[in-house]
Design a protein around this ligand. Structure first.
Ligand code: NAD
Length: 333
């Protein structure tokens, strides 16, 4: 099997590529990535010389490039997106380009060049918006709250429209918040670990009561593999481990593992439009594709903290003003 992975130099895409090449000896991967701020070639340093792996620097919104690349692939896993909510608040333009025009371009290239190719479009629980009680199923309406989630919802709609009208073999996954190795330092969990390690205050937006449902990245990657191999065309699969925690609980857990004092916590001005709680019902993927998460939050977060503490070489060069600023969504607003 030859797979085109878009956005494979980012957090989840790089974990996916490493997992796939380790597990399937006869699979090949082409990684198309624009290398934007969230990407990092160091994420795949260990496999860059593997003959089954090819990296192409480019934009998923470049029709001719994508058309050329998909000629000889059997499957496409589409991760490429602008993914940082805080950045989507301060500068939404790139989000429209990569998430909407990028997905549209990919769909058009598939339709014209390789209409039978298998496509898995990687989306997010954020397209449903927040929910105070209960959990969203795949049938629920989309009600995005941020420029990021609005563009992801738009890309999901494009995939469904193209799949139905042109018969593309496409499935969509919607996953909860991921955490694990190689996550960019601007995100809550790496930022907390890194700032605590540096002896800096750890900022928490608002009251810290916002709830996220946390999934260890390796569990997400296995779920994507299951959808790629066994998922049905035009079906959507929610993915979650049912590990809901408030942001405050997450930060406290990290500080406890690191043996740091809770006085490091600093409550700061909330992000506008901040979703209160995300929660997904992922019974469908469990029932139909026999996927199950392996990691409980306490186990995954311990592994994650250990990874960041052991891999300072990876995150040190990525420290920027958004990691150092307590309310980065305010920058350039
Ligand atoms: P990331 O920001 O770490 O990686 C995204 C990658 O896409 C980067 O390497 C970037 O360079 C690349 N990219 C961006 N625009 C591009 C373009 N126009 N052309 C080619 N490459 C481009 O993000 P991530 O956290 O790994 O997320 C990957 C996907 O998973 C995204 O689609 C995101 O919406 C989705 N997702 C993420 C989470 C999460 O918790 N991180 C949860 C659910 C879904």
């Amino acid at each position: 099997m030859r797979i085109l992975v878009t956005g494979g130099m980012g957090f989840i895409g790089s974990n996916f590529i490493r997992y796939i090449l380790e597990k399937h000896n006869d699979w090949e991967v082409i990684n198309l990535d624009k290398l934007t701020y969230g990407s990092n070639p160091a994420n795949l340093k260990d496999i860059q010389d593997d003959p089954r792996y090819t990296f192409v620097k480019g934009d998923v919104a470049d029709f001719e490039l994508v058309r050329e690349l998909i000629k000889k692939v059997d499957a496409i896993v589409h991760f490429a997106a602008e993914s940082h909510v805080d950045r989507s608040i301060s500068s939404p333009d790139n989000f429209l380009h990569s998430n909407v025009i990028g997905t549209y371009t990919l769909l058009e290239a598939i339709r014209k060049e390789n209409p039978g190719v298998r496509l898995v479009h990687i989306s997010t629980d954020e397209v449903y918006g927040d929910i105070l009680k209960g959990s969203f199923t795949e049938e629920d309406r989309l009600m995005p709250s941020s420029p990021y989630s609005a563009t992801k919802a738009a890309s999901d709609m494009l995939v469904l429209g193209w799949a139905r009208t042109y018969g593309l073999n496409a499935s969509i996954t919607r996953c909860t918040n991921n955490y694990g190795p190689y996550q960019f330092p601007e995100k809550l969990i790496p930022k907390t670990i890194i700032r605590a390690k540096m002896g800096l205050k750890v900022p928490i937006y608002g009251t810290g009561k916002n709830v996220r449902d946390w999934l260890y990245v390796e569990d997400h990657v296995r779920a994507i593999e299951a959808v790629l191999l066994k998922g049905e065309a035009r079906e959507i699969y929610n993915i979650s481990a049912g590990e809901e925690r408030t942001n405050l609980e997450v930060v406290r857990t990290i500080l406890r593992i690191m043996d740091k004092d809770e006085s490091l916590i600093e409550f700061v001005e909330d992000r506008p439009g901040h979703d209160i709680r995300y929660s997904l019902d992922s019974w469908k993927i469990i029932r139909e594709l026999k996927w199950r998460p392996k990691y409980r939050f306490e186990e995954g977060i311990k592994k994650t903290v250990e990874w960041y503490l052991e891999n300072e070489w990876w995150w040190k060069p990525l420290i920027n003003e958004r990691v150092l600023h307590p309310t980065p969504w305010k920058l350039e607003w």
